[in-house]
Design a protein around this ligand. Structure first.
Ligand code: C2E
Ligand code: MG
Ligand code: MG
Ligand code: MG
Length: 292
């Protein structure tokens, strides 16, 4: 009968749900051991100066070298990490590793390279955060002002009283702050004037519509104008085409990041990129001459 068929289907559904939640539980417990098993890996994506074509910094992006599932991006495990204080250990590991490797990168290339590191809202609210962050830079021999912490606008707004204090304290320690994914949520422009921010990273949805939407182009231009007036750096995230690159530069973005220029890569590869001469950004030739 239809009722039986319905019940049958329901069973199948239950089974696949159960399998999925068991998979999630297993992944969660494996993630808790990933740090001690040395499975957490940091990849780096360069931030290029849109005027000169040189690498000015690299963003640290967390990866998990899973024993059977291969290299996992944050999408697969960050939500699990964010459920508990595990994220504090992970972010702590990434910031220490990034400071050490970027300091090394600067020494090897003889250029100033900045480390850009992502923090979750939970990390930002943790009481030891400021000390741990400035200690990571100090112990690596990286000047604190060469470290930028990226926080998404939604993380900032989760608890503005707490995060505001943390940001002020980081600023006192000379660590820089960037608002990540700017424009994706509801950040009022006034936050740029009230919080101790050094950089704005425009969400890639803006960068990617800059060549098709005159409205978004106007938004990018006015954010970049305001940022410049306030002494902030504007970064265009997610640059994938040469026309996006040209328009980002023409709209006043200072730095560019995206697959067109370079994907996130392991330390050895980014070290090579950072040491190369400037890439040619004229008239979209980065696609041909840029590195992938
Ligand atoms: P995000 O900080 O906004 O980083 C940019 C994401 O866009 C990265 O994804 C990067 O690989 C990707 N991306 C870069 N260029 C392009 C492009 O041209 N096109 C497209 N479609 N994507 C591009 P990823 O590495 O998967 O990281 C996703 C998010 O996970 C990050 O977004 C960040 O919010 C979070 N995350 C990464 N590492 C860490 C970390 O160490 N700690 C914390 N708390 N969060 C992290
Ligand atoms: Mg980021
Ligand atoms: Mg972003
Ligand atoms: Mg993002």
């Amino acid at each position: 009968t239809a009722k039986d068929a319905g019940r049958g289907r329901c069973h199948v559904f239950d089974d696949s749900m159960r399998a999925r939640s068991q998979g999630k539980m297993r992944l969660r417990s494996e993630l808790h051991r990933a740090l001690e098993r040395d499975e957490i890996v940091v990849h780096y994506q360069p931030l290029y100066d849109l005027r000169t074509g040189v690498v000015r910094g690299v963003e640290a992006l967390m990866r998990w070298q899973h024993p059977t599932q291969g290299l996992l991006t944050p999408e697969a495990f960050l939500p699990l990490a964010l459920e508990s204080d595990l994220i504090l250990d992970l972010d702590g590991y990434v910031v220490r590793r990034a400071c050490a490797e970027v300091a090394q990168m600067s020494r090897v290339t003889g250029r100033r390279i900045d480390a850009w590191v992502n923090y979750s809202a939970r990390t930002l609210a943790s009481p030891d955060l400021c000390d741990e962050t400035s200690r990571a830079a100090r112990e690596a021999g990286l000047p604190a002002e060469n470290l930028t912490i990226e926080v998404t606008e939604s993380a900032l707004l989760e608890d503005l009283a707490t995060t505001g204090r943390a940001l002020q304290e980081l600023r006192r320690q000379r660590v820089r702050l960037a608002i990540d994914d700017f424009g994706a949520g509801h950040t009022a422009l006034t936050y740029l004037t009230r919080l101790p921010v050094s950089a704005v990273k425009l969400d890639r949805t803006f960068t990617q519509s800059i060549d098709t939407s005159p409205v978004d182009r106007a938004v990018v231009r006015s954010v970049a104008d305001l940022a410049r007036a306030l002494g902030l750096v504007t970064v265009a995230e997610g640059v994938e085409t040469s026309s996006q690159l040209d328009l980002a530069a023409a709209s006043g973005c200072n730095l560019g990041q995206g697959y067109l220029l370079a994907r996130p890569v392991a330390y050895d590869v980014v070290l090579d990129l950072a040491g190369r001469p400037a890439i040619d950004l004229r008239h979209g030739s980065a696609g041909a001459r840029g590195v992938r």
